[in-house]
Design a protein around this ligand. Structure first.
Ligand SMILES: [Mn+2]
Length: 327
């Protein structure tokens, strides 16, 4: 790693126009890492610009009031000699910024800073370590090794902390290591306000989401038949349920987490409407592979979190799940 950091430092020192980019639909890790490095480069009096196909989401404003992203930046005019990508696992995640400016990307040094095991190593300098929980945790170690630590102020510490907290689900996910805690400890010493990010990203809920959760929990049922002796709990939200409280399908995403955490639940799923025709089934398990179930219904994603979109009516879907279980 030290060798790569030395190269990174040289590239930064020799560059006049540095472009920072992160993945589309930026999350707090992609946003926090890029923005933290942006302010460090500014302190080094670098000509630095940040790009994404969108501005940062409104919900990140508490971390940085300034709008540093320039979605309409003319890259030909800026003509960067160094590009640094944050938290993107593939060049596809840079979206049309890349496809519209392939020449510029191919003719400048491209540094990739990321923690995804699936990363395609698409830069000329790949600082990619999948043993890190988040790009923010990795970036902190890079900043220390490059000797920029003295530039970490309170705001930068908060930005890095936000990415660590969200990518680890507040130190709960299996990607957490002792180094994650060490970095968090060092950021706390720099007066990072972890409580603010935990409130904004985890605790705070809209009234609509809270009412919807209550409805979903009130209707929890246990599947009559068991899959391989697993206890399966589920809930169903109808179109009427959503309409009554002015909720939409995007308000449902946090409900499944509550069902799987109910004692003795081994597999959980929720069925909710996407529109007049389509229903979504979302499965979750802490231990068991639920992708096969979702795959059986049409689509799948992760081993422990999977979903399908279904056009059938709800009872037909429940029957299908129970029949799969019988096999
Ligand atoms: Mn990340």
């Amino acid at each position: 790693m030290q060798e790569k950091i030395t190269k990174l430092k040289k590239l930064i020192e020799n560059s006049n126009r540095i472009l920072l980019i992160n993945h589309i639909r930026m999350d707090p890790d992609a946003f926090g890492s890029l923005t933290a490095f942006y302010y460090i480069l500014k302190k080094l009096n670098k000509n630095v610009k940040a790009i994404n196909d969108e501005n940062k989401p409104e919900s990140f404003v508490f971390l940085d009031k300034n709008q540093i992203f320039e979605p309409n930046l003319d890259l030909k005019e800026f003509n960067p000699d160094l590009i640094i990508s944050f938290d993107a696992a593939s060049i596809g995640q840079l979206w049309k910024i890349y496809t519209n400016n392939e020449n510029i990307f191919n003719n400048s040094d491209l540094i990739v800073i990321d923690h995804h095991a699936t990363n395609k190593w698409f830069g000329n300098l790949n600082i990619i370590y999948s043993n890190y929980s988040s790009t923010c945790e990795l970036l902190y170690d890079i900043i220390v090794k490059i000797n920029y630590e003295k530039h970490i102020d309170n705001k930068i510490a908060n930005l890095l902390m936000a990415g660590i907290l969200t990518d680890t689900n507040v130190f709960y996910n299996t990607n957490v290591t002792s180094n994650t805690h060490k970095v968090a400890w060092e950021l706390l010493r720099l007066w990072a306000n972890s409580r603010k990010s935990i409130f904004e990203f985890f605790k705070k809920k809209s009234l609509i989401k809270t009412k919807l959760l209550w409805k979903a929990l009130f209707n929890i049922k246990e599947l009559k038949k068991e899959v391989y002796n697993k206890k399966i709990r589920y809930t169903i939200l109808t179109k009427k349920d959503l309409e009554e409280i002015w909720a939409n399908d995007r308000d449902t995403n946090w409900i499944i987490e509550h069902i799987i955490n109910i004692e003795s639940t081994e597999i959980a799923f929720i069925i909710y409407p996407l529109d007049n025709w389509w229903y979504k089934v979302s499965f979750r398990s802490h231990k068991y592979n639920v992708s096969k179930l979702a795959e059986f219904l049409g689509w799948w994603w992760h081993k422990q979190a999977a979903w399908s979109n279904l056009k059938n009516d709800i009872n037909q879907t429940l029957n299908k799940i129970e029949n799969f279980i019988d096999n």
